[in-house]
Write a protein that binds this ligand. Sequence first.
Ligand code: R2B
Ligand code: URA
Length: 301
Amino acid sequence: MANSKGFKLSNPHLTGEDFLYHIGLSTNDNLAQRFGDVKFICMGGKASRMKDFANLIYKVLGKPKNCEFEASDNDEPVLKDLGASAGRYSYFKVGPVISANHGIGSASMSVVLHELLKLTHYSGCNDVTWIRIGTSGGLGIEPGTPVITEQSYNGLLEPCYKQVACGREIVYDTKTTADVAKNLLECAKRLNLPAMFGNTVGANDFFEEQGRLDGALCNHTEEDKMAFLKRAHDEFGVKNMEMESACFTAMCNRANTKCAVICVTLLNRLHGDQVNVAKEVLKSWENRPQEIVAEFIRSNC
Ligand code: R2B
Ligand code: URA
């Protein structure tokens, strides 16, 4: 069914009445009035990072009026965590931007992505750009480098995402939107921040599926791990590995929305498995994709 402005989700079973249970909204909540102006939905794993990002956007966009604030007597308004009542995810509405966390992995991410896609549909949003802002393990590149994904691969090193539905597997496309990726790289250059294009593995696991040897359980050898990482890098141009890009890009492509993934690398996996970065360094590296995406939004508003 098409919404009032023509954005069309390809699910013929949507009736127009819906409870978006995990994000604490329903179609009775004035969605068009509250969210109809949304143009960018930015998602990342951690709730605290997406709150920081919402505050950064509030500053960068010059304190826009169309935000959702906490009720407060204070002069300085506080952005409201709209997911607090449902207790599963945190998300914030700042001008034309929603900043939402998705937790770890495709299973957690797909739930909030389904509901946010439906939110944009019921709200009458059009031409929304979806961006995942995250962390990752790099392959052969300097830790701290944000990688802008061109194509996501699954853990089998296939350039697709396989969705299981009704006991069957369906294969979906995992390319990102080239124009958005290019624009993000230009933003990084303008800010003098390092960034590069690359392909990304979106694995279903942090440890074994990413070839790590340091999980609680492991049935592969150091040689198996290095062969896997080198094959990913040399044959498929993989620059980083994380846990949501394949599902994220597949769902955005199915919904016909523009999408991008930008994840900073926290280590070089060709040199080790452990993430052992000092807190302050981690924070400054995590800020890099946020700053690049904030510049992207500022320059495209
Ligand atoms: C990157 O970091 C998380 C695991 O530590 C996961 O959400 C991801 O994709
Ligand atoms: N997140 C991942 O999924 N893998 C890494 O190596 C680092 C962060």
